[in-house]
Design a protein around this ligand. Structure first.
Ligand code: GAP
Length: 456
């Protein structure tokens, strides 16, 4: 974990949020390479979930919605985590996380009485993560919804708050009818969305794994009641395969079945990834019955019924949800593809990113920066490749150092313009460049005219 965090900071992937003010807990900023990687993760997800699926369409719904949305969804009354306070130093912690550290399982879906009983039975073993004392308050539920006064100008706005969305999928439910009425989709069909979500996490931790402002990539598939379980099984398998196809090792992934299903759910599995701190949830795949649409129908008074065009049967569709965090995927990607090896007698850090995720696809170097003819040719090659893919121009330091820098950020190819490119040494090599491969360090000679095709 330390190595990944250090690489992320050193090479401009991730910065602590508000760092010059001493940081702001639970907030991180993606730097120049981080934003490229994050955008590529989103593009790969969108390609798999929208572009490659005939019956899934995209959406970008508002972050702040009518406050009733969160009453209907159950978040106002029930979206909470069990919190305890250290009575010595006032640190707040999640009771279930403290218990987890001593291998006692408690679940945020348990009642507060149940958690208090488990917590009390283990008090002698539980220590404050900050001061090490064992003097905790009783466990109480803490609501995770973050409030905002957007559009509310009264002084006591917090009495009638609006909320920053706690999950992106509510915007999908709100637009179920709009999508149905404005496109040619028929059940079963899905709506996919990527966007920010906000949670007042009691104890954000494990770097970008648990943040207060984070991004989700969610897909809700609307299905008939009979199709719910068969299609759930299809999506469960598809989502696992997605990670394997991206290049993750199967050993680093596993399914974890939820022990306490919420009353309306038919099935719920997490896809867990082997993070540096152990197997933890990366993605949730849930069969949610028709609870969400029914709740919105009840609270809004607008019918969410679907009429089957072939049988005329009317029903409120059931939902299969796939929900994954962008930030957790980012951390999983950095962990999975981080490597150290020995090349040419030197140890190096290399990020073996799949090409479609690499922030920079190709780096272009003039062999020497004090030879104008090499620089001019390198600039021309950079202009050519940067039209097609994210490229970087680097003329700083010796070529070996430049290779190392690109290895660390996962650039699959480095292209060097040398004297042979100019035709000075072997005329037959004029207008060819050296292409060096990140994973093996192997080099080959490629004609500039074939370069784009070769790299793609
Ligand atoms: N709509 C379902 C839903 O929101 P969830 O299990 O609460 O379910 C889904 O969240 C995914 O969102 C998680 O699997 C995780 O990847 C990501 N996620 C949840 N809370 C997060 C947080 N505080 N920081 C970063 N990612 C988070």
């Amino acid at each position: 974990m330390e190595k990944v965090v250090s690489l992320c900071k050193r090479r401009g992937f991730v910065f602590q949020g508000s760092e010059i003010y001493g940081g702001f807990v639970g907030s991180f900023d993606y730097g120049p390479y981080g934003v490229e990687l994050a955008n590529n993760i989103k593009a790969v997800w969108w390609k798999a979930m929208v572009q490659s699926e005939r019956n899934i369409v995209g959406l970008d719904s508002a972050i702040v919605t009518h406050p009733k949305v969160w009453e209907a969804s159950g978040h106002v009354s029930g979206f909470s985590d069990p919190m305890v306070e250290c009575l010595e130093c006032n640190t707040r912690a999640r009771a279930d996380h403290l218990l987890e550290e001593i291998n006692v399982s408690a679940d945020e879906k348990m009642s507060i009485e149940e958690i208090n009983n488990i917590f009390d039975a283990n008090r002698d073993k539980l220590v404050c993560p900050k001061c090490g004392q064992k003097n905790f308050s009783a466990v109480r539920q803490f609501n995770l919804l973050a409030q905002t006064n957007l559009g509310n100008f009264s002084e006591d706005w917090s009495k009638e708050p609006t909320y920053l969305r706690g999950e992106t999928c509510q915007g999908i439910y709100l637009n179920f009818k709009n999508v149905l009425d404005s496109t040619r989709v028929k059940v079963p069909f899905g709506i996919a969305q990527i966007g920010k979500a906000f949670r007042n996490e009691i104890a954000p931790r494990q770097y970008i794994f648990r943040k207060r402002e984070f991004e989700q990539m969610e897909m809700q598939m609307f299905v008939s009641p009979e199709e719910e379980i068969p299609l759930y099984e299809v999506w469960k398998a598809k989502r696992m395969q997605y990670y394997i196809d991206l290049g993750f090792k199967a050993d680093n992934l596993r399914f974890h079945e939820h022990e306490n299903l919420v009353f309306y759910a038919k099935a719920a599995f997490d896809i867990e990834y082997n993070f540096p701190f152990g197997f933890k949830e990366l993605e949730g795949v849930h069969a949610r019955g028709n609870y969400d649409l029914t709740q919105h129908q009840t609270f809004s008074g607008v019918s969410m019924e679907y009429t089957d065009p072939y049988t005329n049967e009317k029903y409120i569709p059931h939902v299969i949800e796939t929900s994954v965090g962008l930030d957790r995927t980012f951390l999983a990607v950095m962990t999975e593809f981080y490597d150290e090896d020995e090349l040419g007698g030197e140890t190096r850090v290399v990020l073996r990113l799949p090409k479609q995720l690499a922030p920079i696809k190709v780096a272009v170097f003039p062999l020497l920066k004090n030879r104008p003819e090499l620089v001019a040719k390198a600039e021309a090659v950079f202009a050519l490749v940067s039209k097609e893919m994210r490229a970087e121009f680097d003329d700083n330091g010796n070529v070996g150092k430049r290779y190392r820098r690109q290895d660390e950020i996962g650039t699959p190819y480095c292209v060097t313009i040398d004297f042979e490119t100019l035709g000075e040494e072997k005329p037959e090599l004029k207008d060819t460049v050296t292409v060096r491969h990140r994973d093996t360090g192997e080099q080959e000679r490629v004609a500039i005219g074939d370069l784009i095709k070769h790299l793609i």
